[in-house]
Design a protein around this ligand. Sequence first.
Ligand SMILES: [Zn+2]
Ligand SMILES: [Zn+2]
Length: 322
Amino acid sequence: MHFLRSGASPPVPMQEELVAQPISIAAEQAGIEKEGRLTEAEGWWAQQSWITRIVYWGLHASLLAMFWVGISTADVALLAATFFARMFFITGGYHRYFAHKTYQTSRPFQFVLAFFGCSATQKGPLWWAGHHRVHHKYTDQPGKDTHSPRDGFYHSHQGWIFESRFDGSALDQIRDFAQYPELIWLNRWHVAPAIALAVFCYLVGGFSGLYWGFAVSTVLLWHATYSINSLAHIFGKRVYATPDDSKNNWWLGILTLGEGWHNNHHHFCVSARQGFRWWEIDITYYVLRGLQAIGVVWDIREPPAHIVEATIEARAAQKQAA
Ligand SMILES: [Zn+2]
Ligand SMILES: [Zn+2]
């Protein structure tokens, strides 16, 4: 097992160090550097915004067919399976691994995380994680944050995705992972795993399998994921005095397998665990612990006690006592 571990995940650098790293040789060879910013990692066809729009709104429009397409128990099972499995690869893979490097894994499993993350139809891992790192750098600073509700609810939820300034992958933010040629390839061909999933759903459940397991599931997955960028910065409880609007929201925590503890996450984003307390249900973290038990991932980062305890209430009590 140990030979797989070498060279997979470098130690967790600070955000500033990531920016200062030299452009990777793999990225240079792939010819995706342009004027100092590596913005063409998606290839020509994916830069055509009309394709994204047709797929995005087309799948939304397909929801109207719900009244004509039948639904069986098998369809419901497939819908739940494709929704929650892909949600795990978004939260456990794209978010907690690629964006924040909150645990370590082998290079093969790193690819597995990226591959199934792509099946969620939320573009490639470098695109997703690169823009997310900008969100953490400038959280809720109007005009600077990738998707702050202070720039409008629609913008924070889904509008930002269609702005041309976010078309490319901000690879200058994610040079640590841009050094892997297989990730650059997957980031460019991110639609392949999504198409493979659609074909799989069709083979398993016929047309209704394709409809519920891919079309409906993908739309629900989009909005559940995007709710963290929009709703979790508006509704919920603030436990920590972070310099942003992030909130803890239990029902978003259930729906997104642990991402709803968003104020916790902004308080200490290098932790793989986002539900800091036992009752803050964080399914992604439990799955990661399971993967650690069988040796697939390791070095899962936990929040230290003094970070967990530094709540708004605790600080207020301390002030009163002083
Ligand atoms: Zn994050
Ligand atoms: Zn946030």
